[in-house]
Design a protein around this ligand. Structure first.
Ligand code: GLN
Length: 541
């Protein structure tokens, strides 16, 4: 019998529900259970693919090409899972399916309503994931805060699931903020009490309450939360602020949350082993070295725009016992003050991430140029890869005004061009080249050293690619494409053999990076930054 854990949030969004949900999954996984996670996003978009990362954070990409909420990234990283697009549910997706069924005549003669038609669709999608994943426990996180209009059909659906699945197979976890007042230093539970009341008004009584508080809550606060929440005191936990998010499963487990959830769901006789995870956490919080990286991008104002990249850099750092400090630099700044580019000299590495559209691209090209000419370790991802090709075309091959047609459709040297299958596509949603594709790695290259394999699968999200018309010129000038699609026509990895470390990929290695298994390209980059800083003549992978 599959068990369902439902996670809701109160008071504010962004209280770390994604991390706490992942942590609950981790505590169960560490006890030998197979878990999977669903994220519900109550917005009307069908998926996150059309949303601006500046407002909503990065768009996460799954193996099967889903463009999802970034919380799926946290689930995958914490639980070392490869989730699918079905693990993200949105209002748009659910209504689209219901309306299509209505048009087909599936409900012929009926008036189609939110209850039961929409709620049935939601429940059947949750149950489908349970069946498909064969998990022992399905965690479902409802995005937003209790009381949002958009979230109501989802809360109604999860309310009904207790009736249908039974008390012993369902568990409701409510997470809410407990602020500490500046002046009196008092922990305030009133907003949490209100959000629990709101949840009850909808018909859900939480089984567990997690207080999100800057500090560990005191006994008095825990008692109050239990009393007003109508739960025993040992069902109140606290996610207080820690140095690294990867500590959250450890602090919750220390409070007994893992055992509580495990037993409440009817499991017994577990072994629990956090040893490997603790080793990783220790490497993150007690590093021996430090490197400073300049991330030159277009969404530099919001770190969440690059969350998987940040985490991949941290995972790579942990593997080298190195703290990776990232400065987010707006690429446009270099266009306005070209002399500022020299400030990049202070960094151990330069990183150019993904991006879309012309804004900031010249600044990014300047940063790539600076890295190449000054032998500073460089990693480029997706747009960063494409702009590295543009930089090489302009300044090594002498192709004046070389560009991507995404930036200048009339460039005399369109070294990056729209992929043929993208021509004529006008619909924006889910039409990029998405998801995992096979890549063939060339022997005796840096890529081969890093991936230790001749075949890899990596996730993609792009419309443009390297223009094959320029292949001869690139080859002659020493640019090595060390990873290609299976037909050899799509360039996937580039490297410069004579540089300390100059590496870029069309795909996004960050989506497959895990705490204990750093992604090879990020690992290579961080190791290069460290070795360069330690004045080693060559990188040692
Ligand atoms: N804008 C580029 C493209 O569509 C790069 C995309 C990206 O960086 N994800 O091909």
């Amino acid at each position: 019998m599959v068990k369902y854990v439902f996670v809701t949030g109160g008071v504010l969004s962004s209280v770390g529900k994604g991390i706490i949900t992942s942590s609950i999954g981790k505590m169960l996984q560490i006890r030998g259970l197979k878990v999977t996670v669903i994220k519900i996003d109550p917005y009307v978009n069908v998926d996150a693919g059309t949303m601006n990362p500046y407002m909503h954070g990065e768009v996460y990409v799954t193996d099967d090409g889903g463009e999802t909420d970034l919380d799926l990234g946290w689930y995958e990283r914490f639980l070392d899972l490869n989730l699918l697009m079905e693990n993200n549910l949105t209002t748009g997706m659910v209504y689209k399916a219901v309306i299509e069924k209505e048009r087909r005549g599936d409900f012929l003669g009926r008036c189609v309503q939110i209850v039961p038609h929409v709620t049935n669709e939601i429940k059947s999608r949750i149950r489908h994931v349970a069946k498909h994943s064969q998990a022992d426990v399905v965690l479902t996180e409802v995005g937003g805060t209790v009381g949002d209009i958009e979230g109501l059909p989802f809360l109604e659906a999860i309310r009904q699931m207790r009736l249908e699945e039974g008390y012993e197979n369902t568990l409701y976890v409510h997470i809410a903020l407990v602020p500490i007042l500046d002046v009196t230093k008092e922990m305030k539970t009133k907003p949490l009490q209100h959000s629990v009341n709101e949840l009850r008004r909808i018909g859900i009584q939480p089984d567990i309450i997690v207080a999100r508080c800057p500090e560990m809550i005191d006994n008095e606060t825990a008692r109050k939360i239990a009393l007003f929440g109508t739960i025993p005191e040992n069902a109140v936990f606290c996610s207080y602020t820690v140095k690294s998010v990867y500590q959250v499963p450890l602090i919750l487990d220390d409070q007994g949350m893992g055992d509580f959830v495990y037993k409440r769901l009817g499991f017994s006789n577990h072994v629990q082993d956090f040893k490997e995870w603790k080793k990783f956490v220790d490497a993150i919080i007690n590093p021996e070295h430090e490197v400073k990286i300049a991330l030159v991008g277009k969404y530099a104002g919001l770190a969440d725009s690059y969350v998987s990249m940040n985490e991949a850099l941290k995972h790579a750092g942990a593997a080298c016992k190195t703290r990776v400090c990232i400065d987010y630099i707006e690429a446009e700044k270099f266009e306005q003050n070209p002399k500022d580019i020299n400030a990049l000299d202070e960094y151990d590495g330069i990183f150019v991430p993904y991006g879309f559209g012309p804004r900031g691209t010249e600044g990014k090209i300047m940063a790539i140029n600076f890295a190449r000419e000054n032998n500073i370790p460089f990693l480029g991802i997706c747009y960063g890869f494409q702009l590295a090709v543009v930089e090489f075309a302009r300044y090594v091959c002498g192709l004046k005004d070389a560009n991507s047609t995404e930036i200048n459709p009339n460039s005399p040297h369109p070294v990056i061009d729209l992929m043929p299958e993208q021509r004529g596509i006008e619909i924006k949603g889910a039409t990029m080249r998405l998801g995992a594709h096979k890549i063939i790695i060339k022997p005796d290259t840096i890529a081969h050293k890093l991936y230790k394999s001749e075949e890899i699968y990596e996730r993609h999200r792009h419309r443009f690619e390297v223009n094959l018309d320029y292949m001869d010129i690139f080859n002659k000038n020493g640019l090595v494409f060390s990873g290609k699609s299976t037909d050899g026509k799509r360039m996937e990895i580039l490297e410069l053999p004579n540089h300390f470390f100059f590496f870029a990929s069309q795909f996004h290695g960050e989506f497959k990076s895990r705490p204990e298994k750093p992604d090879p390209e990020y690992y290579g980059f961080v190791k290069a930054c460290l070795d360069k800083k330690l004045d080693k003549p060559k990188v040692q992978f």
